[in-house]
Design a protein around this ligand. Structure first.
Ligand code: GLN
Length: 549
């Protein structure tokens, strides 16, 4: 049976709980254990699928087609374990399950209450698939003391109580502020946060304290005494230059040892950290720099394109260069000329997105990349815009557009064919999926892992080193296969197709040094120790370009 580690946070938000959880997962793997990481989010949305990227950051999609919190991306990047839909849950999902059961009469007329009905639902979620791994790591979103988090804290308290003794461990992340005037690290907020936890029946076994610098012995002892943890279970989490330094930094601080000690695992298996030593070596000693322009819409919030930023970093690591990604708002090109903004970049990436705003700018960016022979990677909407650009400017299809933005009335008359259309029926495995344009917004897209077949001899087949791939999707619209011949005549090859040959998955310009558009999201599967081949080769192309510019 799995051992459970519950990770909570206090004092302030954004302390890097997700990162600490992911790094601990990586360290337990380095000791030979199997792990799975899970996120419990107190917000009331059923899933993050309908939340604005400006507000919540990127939506991370799993192979099984769930739209989840971006922390699951961290988990995958650090452990290589593919996340599942059952690894992410919110209050909204929990309550909606409970209410559905209530409507079905499953509770046999009982009065439905937070305890036990909501807490039982949470506990069931935590336990799903726990027998498959040695360690299940569950991160609770938000901060202790938040009203909406209470059912989750209560549920993990009950959960630990119901499991055999020694099966569960609580790890609490806090902040030690440094007061310049007195030159001191302050432990009081941490003490209060632990007091808050204890008032709801939870006693942390391990304290992870974020601080700017090292924690002196005196403060460690004070924290141990006042917070009732062992001195060697006070772990300092200092600011790092790169998140990928976290596993080694936490190991040096003794986090994995403290966890094994708390579970009384002795002797502790020796860790093999070579994977992380190599990752850190590649980050610390780049042999050059490439500049990549990311022309998107959600450029104000770094987290909106989290996986893309990370995948570019991984691509840099594969080529031993630092990738400097610069985010350009595509709406800029509605007003200004593209060239002065894109000149000097070694590559251009147009990421995914929704809605019309900024799309003409993306089309211009694709045109610039095609005409100036600058490496281009178009992801999802970035591929659709590249196809529209090709249709309008090379295939003489002046009206080419996406049904996503086209005038509905025009779409409904038969004489308009948008090139990118709303897909209403497709095949998943052996089953047919159907959707209507009027379906509710949440979860109506082509989501999750789908196979694609690549054309022998194409650039993508060479990049992947295979002709059959599986990648993750999240979109409603598709490039219309009816335009294939017309576009291929111009040199835009449809080099990746769905296995039934109906849905274009990849396009590439044959007479261009590196121009690839993909309908899926390769960034979701990239890892620092296994950079995604498309990102690795895109950065290689950027590196070649940097020698020309
Ligand atoms: N909005 C486009 C669609 O739904 C692209 C989505 C995306 O880029 N993820 O097809």
């Amino acid at each position: 049976m799995a051992r459970f580690v519950f990770i909570t946070g206090g004092v302030v938000s954004s302390l890097g709980k997700g990162l600490a959880s992911a790094a601990l997962g990586a360290l337990l793997q380095a000791r030979g254990y199997t792990v799975r990481l899970r996120k419990l989010d107190p917000y009331l949305n059923v899933d993050p699928g309908t939340m604005s990227p400006f507000e919540h950051g990127e939506v991370f999609v799993t192979d099984d087609g769930a739209e989840t919190d971006l922390d699951l991306g961290h988990y995958e990047r650090f452990t290589g374990v593919a996340a599942r839909g059952t690894d992410s849950v919110s209050s909204g999902r929990i309550y909606s399950n409970v209410l559905e059961k209530e409507r079905r009469g499953d509770y046999l007329g009982k009065t439905i209450q937070v305890i036990p009905h909501v807490t039982n639902e949470i506990k069931d979620f935590i336990d799903v698939g726990a027998d498959e791994v040695d360690f299940m790591l569950c991160e609770i979103g938000g901060t202790v003391g938040d009203i909406e988090g209470l059912p989750f804290f209560e549920a993990i308290r009950q959960f630990a109580q119901e499991k055999p003794r020694g099966q569960c461990l609580f790890m609490h992340l806090t902040l030690l502020p440094y007061i310049k005037a007195s030159g001191e690290l302050k432990t009081k907020p941490t003490q209060h946060s632990v007091k808050e936890l204890r008032s709801i029946g939870l006693a942390p076994d391990i304290l992870v304290c974020r601080s700017e610098g090292p924690i002196p012995k005196k403060e460690r002892e004070k924290l141990a005494l006042f917070c009732n943890v062992r001195a060697d279970a006070v772990i300092a989490a200092q600011d790092l230059k790169s998140i990928y330094e976290a596993p080694l930094a936490y190991h040096a601080e003794g986090l994995d040892q403290a966890v094994l000690d708390a579970f009384a695992i002795s002797p502790a298996p020796r860790p093999d950290l070579t994977r992380w030593e190599d990752v850190v070596d590649r980050i610390r000693a780049p042999e050059g720099e490439v500049r990549v322009a990311v022309v998107g819409k959600y450029t104000q919030l770094e987290d909106a394109y989290k996986s893309i930023a990370e995948a570019l970093t991984h691509g840099g690591m594969a080529n031993r260069v630092k990738v400097r990604a610069e985010w350009i708002d595509s709406e800029t090109f509605d007003r200004e000329d593209v060239a002065p903004h894109l000149e000097g970049f070694h590559a251009i990436l147009v990421p995914g997105g929704f809605g019309e705003r900024g799309t003409e700018g993306k089309i211009k960016a694709a045109q610039y990349a095609r005409e100036h022979k600058v490496p281009y990677l178009g992801i999802c909407l970035g591929m659709q815009m590249a196809v529209i650009e090709a249709a309008r400017n090379t295939a003489d299809l002046k009206d080419a557009a996406s049904e996503e933005f086209a005038d509905i009335e025009a779409v409904e008359t038969d004489d308009f064919t948008p090139v990118v259309y709303h897909l209403k029926e497709w095949v998943k495995g052996n089953a047919k999926v159907t959707r209507k344009k009027t379906d509710a917004k949440g979860g109506t897209m082509r989501l999750g892992a789908y196979d694609a077949v690549l054309t022998e001899g194409s650039r993508v087949a060479e990049v992947y080193g295979t002709t059959s791939i599986e990648e993750r999707h999240r979109h409603r619209y598709e490039v219309d296969i009816r335009f294939r011949e017309q576009l291929e005549d111009q040199g835009l090859c449809f080099s990746g197709m769905s296995p039934d040959g109906r849905l274009p998955e990849i396009v590439e310009w044959s007479d261009h040094p590196w121009f690839i558009g993909v309908q899926f999201h390769p960034e979701l599967k990239s890892k620092p120790f296994a950079p995604h081949p498309l990102f690795a080769d895109f950065v290689r192309a950027a590196k070649d370009q940097s020698r020309l510019v």
